[in-house]
Design a protein around this ligand. Structure first.
Ligand code: PNW
Length: 495
């Protein structure tokens, strides 16, 4: 008798968590697309195989292994270079509508430009794309996810004024070889994060410490490169291929304890607007608040011109409107108030932005130092984007939860479900034009400076087995069910 009632309670708990959904109403529109994301350097391995050239991360991890928390590198990573079939099997198991992956620039162009063209690299991605299409999984391609060709770094990398030309040429190769099957392109992933760590603070490859100047030059070149790639596609490929071009930027959401909307807006302009305002806003150019602050700080520092490059009228017009959808990567939020100016000796994006950030004690903490679970922040961001950029079409191109790689990943299940609930609310209650969501990540992978010590996968990857065995985590079944039903389980009421 006792056993039976315990069983009943257990069944009830199970149904509450996983089964209980409103009878007739879906949480997502029929056309809504679900996917998973990865990036080449983080999963592929095969770093020097079949003619691939070195990227800044190959050289950076080889010359400075001490910067990676566990001393590892991406030489083998999850070895997706040799396990495409297994990866496809996993995507099928999950039932996703699309797969967002990135192309390794140096697998295609080992020197970074057309002086080298690697047939075997093209063959690798052709194989992957063909298999995706054969399984009705749409390929969604990021052209650049932090892995700059080392040869381009040698000539100044992302701060070389010719960089946009190099990028356009690379994009042209991608459209020519893969554009018959790839209909979703993202030019860049997270320009602000990349430029601040790589050319501002200099804590990541290529370790350029030019704080206050380098990060702004880097972003300036990225948005120009993005615009060139967009115009090239519209001019030479769109008519035949009919795809869409976007860019993915990351941002936290900013709450104000005093409900000061100016502070929320300031935070979002400095994080998201820096990249997206020139492309998606009606007026074009950098956000006014950044132009004003950085010009005035630069003047106080005794400079003759602003550290934020000036976009002239024709460049502004060239960049404005160069995207068909908006890619948003969201992981966490902060409370914010206006911070103190740290003085003219310390120019940096941080000192220009003056975002004095804090967290709420109720927010759940993940394995990464920066990770606090704040699903409402995603809702706030989606509503802000709707207002700021005229209800542009949005795809959440990344969202995920770091842990230690456990198979019983309840933290990930809760994070996934609650973030998706915010997406559903944004669409249904606020009319936000969100058309897709992609979870980071399909499998555990090389988490940059954290190496393999922080895991984001729906599949666990055994990094010490030669086969890099993949094992489904509990979250996999939950996401699969959401994708199948387009419904979310009710909030956990029972615990
Ligand atoms: C992303 N934040 O970076 C990158 O696109 C991925 O390559 C990476 O593996 C993933 O997120 C997990 O870190 C971010 O603090 C890291 O808000 C941190 C933040 C945002 C994005």
């Amino acid at each position: 008798m006792r056993c039976r009632s315990v069983l009943c309670i257990l069944c009830f708990v199970f149904v509450e968590i996983y089964g209980s959904v409103k009878p007739n109403e879906n949480d997502f529109p029929a056309t809504f697309k679900f996917g998973v994301s990865t990036a080449a350097f983080q999963i592929e391995g095969g770093w020097n195989e079949d003619g691939r050239g070195p990227s800044i991360w190959d050289i950076g991890t080889a010359t400075h292994p001490e910067i990676i928390a566990d001393g590892t590198n991406g030489n083998i990573a999850a070895d997706s270079y040799h396990h495409v079939d297994r990866d496809i099997e996993m995507l099928r198991e999950l039932g996703v509508n699309f797969y967002r992956f990135s192309i390794s620039w140096t697998r295609i162009l080992p020197n970074g430009d057309l002086s080298s063209m690697n047939r075997l690299g093209i063959q690798y991605y052709n194989g992957l794309i063909d298999k995706l299409v054969a399984n009705s999984i749409e390929p969604m391609v990021t052209m650049y996810h932090f892995d700059l060709p080392y040869e381009i770094q040698k000539i100044g990398g992302l701060t070389n004024p010719l960089f946009p030309q190099y990028f356009e040429s690379y994009a042209n190769v991608l459209y020519s070889y893969f554009g018959d099957r790839v209909k979703w392109w993202m030019t860049f992933n997270e320009p602000s994060k990349h430029c601040i760590s790589a050319y501002g603070i200099g804590e990541e490859p290529p370790f350029v410490n030019a704080t206050g100047i380098g990060e702004y030059l880097c972003v300036d070149n990225i948005i120009k490169a993005h615009a060139r790639a967009y115009h090239r596609y519209k001019k030479d490929f769109f008519k035949q291929q009919g795809g869409k071009i976007g860019i993915s930027a990351n941002s936290r959401f900013f709450f104000s304890r005093t409900k000061d909307r100016n502070m929320t807006d300031r935070g979002l302009q400095y994080c998201l607007g820096w990249i997206m305002h020139p492309i998606y806003s009606k007026s074009g150019g950098y956000p006014g608040v950044m132009i004003r602050d950085i010009a005035s700080n630069s003047q106080m520092e005794g400079r003759e011109w602003s550290r934020l490059p000036n976009l002239d009228v024709s460049t502004k017009a060239y960049i404005k409107g160069t995207a068909d959808f908006f890619g948003l990567n969201y992981y966490t939020s902060r409370y914010v108030e206006l911070g103190a100016y740290a003085g003219t000796e310390n120019p940096s994006w941080e000192n220009d932005a003056r975002l004095n950030c804090s967290v709420d004690p109720s927010w759940k903490k993940g394995k990464s130092s920066w990770s606090y679970s704040v699903p409402e922040g995603l809702g706030g961001l989606l509503r802000w984007i709707k207002e700021e950029y005229d209800n542009v079409e949005v795809i959440v191109t990344e969202n995920g939860w770091p842990d230690d790689g456990r198979l019983n990943d309840d933290g990930r299940i809760e994070s996934l479900t609650e973030h998706l609930r915010q997406v559903s609310k944004a669409i249904k209650e606020h009319g936000c034009n969100v058309v897709g969501y992609s979870h980071w990540s399909l499998m555990d992978n090389f988490e940059w400076l954290a190496g393999y010590s922080e895991r984001f996968g729906l599949y666990y990857v055994n990094m010490s087995s030669p086969e890099r065995t993949r094992i489904p985590k509990k979250s996999l079944g939950v996401y699969k069910k959401i994708i199948e039903s387009k419904k979310l389980a009710e909030k956990l009421l029972t615990f």
